[in-house]
Design a protein around this ligand. Sequence first.
Ligand code: TYD
Ligand code: MG
Length: 453
Amino acid sequence: MAQTKSIYTCQNCGAQSPKWLGRCTSCGGWNTYVEEVVEKKKSTSKISVQLSGNQPLTLENIKAEKNQRFPAGINEFDRVLGGGIVPGSIVLLGGEPGIGKSTLVLQMALGLPNKKILYISGEESLQQIKLRATRLEMKQNNCLFLSETSLEHVIAQTEQTMPDLLVVDSIQTVSTEVIESSPGSVSQVRECTSAILKFAKKNDVAVILIGHINKEGSLAGPKVLEHMVDTVLQFEGDTNYMYRILRANKNRYGSTNELGIFEMRGNGLQEVLNPSEQLISKVSDDVSGTAIAATIEGIRPFLIEIQSLVSSAAYGTPQRSSTGFDLRRLNMLLAVLEKRAGFKLLAKDVFLNIAGGLKINDPATDLAVICSILSSNIDVAVDHKTCFTGEVGLTGEIRGVNRIEQRIAEAAKLGFNKIFIPAVNKGFDASAFNIQIEKVARVEEVFRIIFRK
Ligand code: TYD
Ligand code: MG
């Protein structure tokens, strides 16, 4: 006989409690517990011993993967996946609303000619999908579309169609009758994913699940799903800008260091194959306040333009504002500048901007940030054929960076004449690059070289 029981689940992290709690003891969120009814099958009191299940095997007896990956047709997407889609794998694609998840997946689905694809949308009607496809100017292929939110129907349709790839947009809209809580709640999302996962593994169907994240994380975020799925991809960027970055946060079938860069156009997402060329504005010939940083995101080197504007502070408290760069780090760098270059912190407003609306986490950007600020402050342009890489320490020393050869190679490839690198980075052949390499140990040295007149 089935027995019903209610439990309280935190909608933020998925923690459960038999009683309602005002504050989640696990994630600290307030007012996140929601009552959910679970149906429990009456179990027999003893665990019955069965030998009919799977047997343990030695490695040599385990059959190797019979199906090979198939390419998704979009190079940047394949690169992040680690070379293509693995049959039977589950990929979770997360991102803020409006970032372009549905567009990316639809574009991929329509671009795969020889695969059977079932695209389930719980968010958009079939007409809306058709409109989007028209906008993408893609040719029709035999991709099947279904607007559905019931998990039971989704599984039944998938079983009947047996596609190579199943797309579910989004997992938050799918719900099962077994659980009484509303679609999008943690238990619904977890239950639906686990049912889809079981089906996919059994039938070797690759699955792409789209998941929402909202800023407050109050909705059942895909966090709960992260350990269930094989690959977690994150699609990010600033919706006000056109660049989008696809990263892998977890990948059982490839590296998490890869990065895909896209540009949102009027007719869909376009791959950006040479990000450096696009991210450097060609006009900044001899204007002060810009400096080029040779950065690495994941394992991908690119050059990016840092822009600063320093002006006299109009009010008692100077303004500091930064887009795409950590504000606390900016304050730290300004303090270093005050100490080493006589930059009067209290008298200046500082605005910093990373071109293209990208967020940069690489500490090797520091040197370019510092140079661009100083350049704007003294109104002397940095030579536009010079770029920088190096982390700046509190005493003004320039610390070593990783993958220095890749950074130098990228700068040389793009036609830069000179690159400043940390003096501590040794152990590579400088003569192999067609670029002048300037090794510097302290920020004062850099200032002396670039602002010497
Ligand atoms: P969408 O894929 O619906 O986002 P998500 O599924 O992540 O919520 O993309 C929505 C945005 O993308 C929308 O603001 C319009 C824009 N867009 C373009 O700029 N060009 C296009 O070709 C398409 C289809 C969408
Ligand atoms: Mg969408």
